[in-house]
Design a protein around this ligand. Structure first.
Ligand code: CAA
Length: 383
């Protein structure tokens, strides 16, 4: 039986900051962001948006094309969780009106956990072939102002429906995995922004890339020449180029940048979306021009700390009848541009675990974070 991603859709935030605007304000050469980091802009949430509202929007698009009564699990991956106890997916379950007969849980291991959720979903369907599993990866990447990571912020969610005999891609059995205890990026419970050892994080990412690749090659006897397109996790898109070059050097095979180029189109504009980033890369690859039916994709997932996985997916015949690039274009194009000053004001106004807050009505998205009452987060579905 083949199992994989049957449907996929995305959402991002209300605002966008152009990195040329940030470069101007900070007196940085714009080429550093555009070429040095490979980023053009990033999404910024309005006060009445968060990981739950983006996740619910992406998931509602998927559910509108499928039968929600078949869903048996909601697996929510994030590294910017909104509660230490309750899974963000439970709020999404409520907003979407899913049946009670659903298992809902949150996955965490930095940017990697979307892939852990995806593989858990595949395993569930392998055991219960009638089950459908909704996997959602949603994050707001928010770094301290004036830190190295500030131009690599972003926000977005990807929702995927995992089923038997999927329309889009089959996830092939056998992954390469890699865990190494390293403090390259972490966020203590009392901090709203991460701590980052920038240079170490680049090296840790690339070590994990070749380490996971070697395991994949050993498990399955695969060569890099068996892969038709690569998608590497994209904290900023230049990172994927660095990893790709390192993999080429490691394997001794010339791997052209043409094998990763298409996968970067969305992340250049969304910024880092942590757990969702690899799956925005997959969406961009599936939405790119050209027929990918029958092609094998190599996906590299990395989560600081660090855990990584290299796995493969085969694109299904007729997949192009089941993709929705127009939804991504609409989400990106409807964002409202910010000045640098407006962006910094929003950054400073971040709503943490404050008592009683009523958020202003800003977003026009179908779900809103309306505030916090007696320390309970409140949401509304606009119908
Ligand atoms: N024109 C063109 N390029 C320029 C330039 C100019 N005028 N000025 C600088 N550059 C280039 C630099 O040469 C460099 O490219 P190379 O690495 O290819 O040489 C690039 O722009 C970045 O320049 P710096 O290294 O000087 O940038 P920085 O010190 O400001 O920080 C960073 C870069 C460490 C990645 C920082 O953005 C950061 O800390 N980001 C967050 C951490 C991160 O994303 N790490 C990635 C691995 S961890 C992970 O993947 C998990 C995750 O999602 C966070």
């Amino acid at each position: 039986m083949s199992i994989g991603i049957h449907d996929l859709d995305v959402a991002t935030a209300h605002y966008v900051l152009d990195l040329d605007e940030m470069a101007r304000a900070l007196g940085v050469d714009p080429a550093k962001y555009e070429k040095g980091l490979g980023q053009d802009e990033f999404s910024v949430p309005a006060p009445d948006e968060d990981i739950v509202t983006m996740a619910a929007e992406a998931a509602s698009r998927v559910l509108s094309r499928n039968d929600p009564s078949k869903i048996r699990s909601v697996l929510f991956a994030t590294e910017t969780g909104i509660d230490q106890s309750k899974a963000a997916g439970v709020f999404v379950h409520g907003l979407l009106g899913l049946p009670n007969t659903v298992r809902t849980v949150e996955f965490k291991q930095a940017c990697y956990s979307g892939t852990a959720a995806l593989q858990a979903a595949v395993n569930q369907v392998a055991r219960y072939p009638e089950d459908q599993v909704l996997v959602i990866a949603s994050d707001v990447a928010r770094y301290a102002v004036d830190s190295g990571g500030e131009p690599t912020q972003g926000a977005g969610a990807v929702a995927m429906l995992i089923t038997a005999n999927p329309n889009l891609v089959v996830i092939e059995p056998g992954s390469g995995v890699y865990t190494s205890d390293v403090n390259d990026f972490w966020r203590p419970n009392d901090s709203s922004t991460p701590f980052v050892e920038g240079k170490l994080s680049l090296d840790a990412y690339m070590d994990a890339n070749v380490g996971a690749w070697d395991d994949l090659a050993a498990q399955r006897g695969l060569a890099v020449t068996d892969i038709d397109r690569f998608m590497h996790h994209q904290p900023f898109t230049k990172m994927a180029r660095k990893a790709h070059a390192r993999l080429a050097e490691h394997t001794g095979v010339a791997l052209g940048d043409d094998l990763i180029e298409d996968s970067m189109a969305y992340n250049r504009r969304i910024g880092n979306s942590y757990t969702a980033s690899l799956y925005f890369g997959l969406a961009a690859q599936l939405h790119a021009e050209g027929d990918l039916a029958g092609k094998r994709l190599g996906l590299f997932s990395y989560g600081s700390g660090s855990v990584a996985e290299f796995f493969t997916a085969v694109v299904q015949d007729g997949y192009s009848d089941h993709i929705h690039p127009e939804n991504v274009a609409a989400s990106l194009d409807r964002r409202v541009p910010l000045t640098f000053e407006q962006y910094r004001e929003l950054h400073a106004g971040y709503i943490g675990e404050s008592d009683n807050v009523e958020t202003p009505v800003v977003t026009k998205a179908p779900f809103r974070f309306t505030g916090i009452v007696d320390r309970v987060r409140q949401y509304e579905a606009r119908g």
